[in-house]
Design a protein around this ligand. Structure first.
Ligand code: PLP
Length: 381
């Protein structure tokens, strides 16, 4: 098989009638002649030429059997979950979850008669929560915001023995750093809005499955819930993916250097990065990841009321939500992604008021270090 970098640039063959074009054409038609085709060319869900290309490319990048794009990460996530769980079923989620997924589990799934439990990181905790009606185990690794790591192989084996489906949100890692299906996971989902799109300008989602047997079921759910992606956006996804390996490799390097730098600073109390031996998930990350990613969090040892001044003083890194793009972004989870939780819930998750989550971009890392340094001094004076 061609290497990952090459597959990003030359993903799947163009159709024979592409007139010598180097990039894929965009086919906007939502209707296709059915008379001469032996079977419907693009059955259901408007899954036309460009959508099928994105599905194939992502399946290739994650070494899955097939894939499909969605209009958002949440559309991919809800479709994956609702394809395999219904009334009287039970799902085990990992404890550290993207906020939208947590609310889906807390607010929407119970309305459909699905019960949910939450496990921390160890397979023993997942095992203890298994019930006869457990149909899905859903995990995020690395997870927001402390980059907690869940062992993919053990969870996949546990679920297989129980007859449950495993779904992994692979958003934080991207296929450059982690290939969940190779560890026995059934389905990988992404918020493509983050690393896959990579420019903070393209909301979409993708789902990649290891099994042809899941296809009909997932297609049917996807069609009814309707989160399809337009051909225009599919084209932009394909264009973004060409630089995925390049971007993520630089983000890995920058994040690693920043994590080491911040660890040595007197004003940073704690740095969470799965590539640091001090991180509780380090050993497992070394086993299942091919890079440690571009996300890190740290606790600034300055009074929490000075955090806004620190953020205001940054000149390169933008205080903004979202992540994975070429621009470095920073946020304080306690007042953004996790503000809906009570202080006690935040404390249980280990999210302190002075915790900052950094999505490292592809700028020169020395400039990023200077930006943080200068902003700390300004905030303290
Ligand atoms: C952003 C995000 C999502 C949701 O994706 P959308 O594209 O915003 O719907 C899901 N999981 C993770 C880990 C995310 O960061």
């Amino acid at each position: 098989m061609k290497k990952l970098e090459t597959r990003c640039i030359h993903p799947v063959e163009l159709e024979e009638d592409s007139k010598g074009a180097v990039t894929a054409p965009v086919f906007l038609s939502a209707a296709y002649d059915y008379q001469d085709a032996a079977e419907l060319r693009y059955p259901g869900f408007y899954s036309t030429y460009n959508q099928q290309r994105v599905g194939k490319i992502m399946a290739q990048l994650e070494q899955g059997n097939w894939g499909m794009p969605f209009s958002s990460g949440m559309a991919a996530i809800s479709t994956a979950i609702l394809s395999f769980a219904g009334q009287h079923d039970h799902i085990i989620f990992c404890r550290d979850l993207y906020g939208g997924t947590f609310r889906l589990a807390e607010e929407e799934l119970p309305k459909r008669g699905i019960s949910c439990s939450y496990a921390a990181h160890s397979p023993e905790q997942f095992k203890a929560l298994l019930q006869p009606n457990t149909k899905v185990i859903y995990i995020e690794t690395p997870a927001n915001p402390l980059l907690s790591i869940v062992p993919l192989k053990e969870i996949a084996a546990l679920a297989k023995a129980h007859g449950a489906i495993t779904i992994v949100d692979n958003t934080f890692a991207s296929p450059i750093n982690q290939l969940p299906l190779l560890h026995g996971i059934d389905i990988s989902v992404h918020s493509g809005t983050k690393y896959l799109g990579g420019h903070n300008d393209l909301p979409f989602g993708v789902l990649i499955s290891a099994s042809e047997a899941h296809k009909a079921r997932i297609h049917a759910t996807a069609k009814l819930y309707g989160g399809s992606l337009s051909p225009y956006e599919c084209y932009l996804v394909e264009r973004s993916l060409k630089t995925l390996a390049l971007r993520v490799q630089r983000q890995n390097e920058n994040a690693f250097k920043l994590a080491e730098y911040l660890s040595a600073q007197p004003l940073t109390r704690q740095v969470y990065y799965p590539g640091l031996p001090s991180h509780p998930g380090y050993a497992i990350a070394c086993e299942q990841m091919t890079g440690f990613g571009g996300m890190l969090s740290f606790e600034l040892d300055i009074p929490a009321e000075k955090i806004p001044a620190f953020l205001k003083a940054l000149r390169i890194i933008s205080p903004a939500l979202s992540l994975g793009g070429v621009e470095s972004l920073i946020c304080a989870p306690a007042v953004t992604s996790h503000r809906g939780l009570t202080p006690a819930q935040r404390q249980e998750l280990g999210i302190k008021d002075n915790l900052l989550r950094l999505s490292v971009g592809i700028e020169n890392v020395d400039d990023l270090i200077t930006d943080i340094d200068t902003a700390i001094s300004k905030a303290m004076h």
